[in-house]
Design a protein around this ligand. Structure first.
Ligand SMILES: [Zn+2]
Length: 96
């Protein structure tokens, strides 16, 4: 019997909504730095969230909770990633 292809349901760490994991961005902690796992191949404990919830997650210190840390991790790289993503979206909108 072939296994059915079922998408995993994950919870966004910012808005706490359940979502098909394909629609969520996976982030992992690499040396204390929150890193977007764009190719979904980074090892380690991951957290998932909507890209739209990214800034919210930073503000709410959701990563500290998601990674069970005592202090908030370094989110500067993730912030940069979100900012670039936003700029890309803005460019896309202009094209349309
Ligand atoms: Zn969300």
């Amino acid at each position: 019997m072939k296994p059915l292809r079922i998408f995993a349901i994950r919870t966004c760490i910012a808005c706490r909504k359940s979502e098909n994991s394909a629609n969520l961005l996976r982030v992992v902690l690499v040396d204390g730095v929150v890193t977007p796992d764009l190719k979904r191949n980074l090892p380690g404990r991951g957290a998932r969230l909507h890209t739209a919830c990214g800034f919210d997650a930073i503000q709410r210190k959701a990563f500290k909770w998601a990674f069970k840390l005592t202090e908030s991790p370094d989110v500067s790289a993730f912030k940069k990633f979100l900012t670039e993503l936003k700029e890309m979206d803005a460019k896309d909108m202009k094209l349309k």
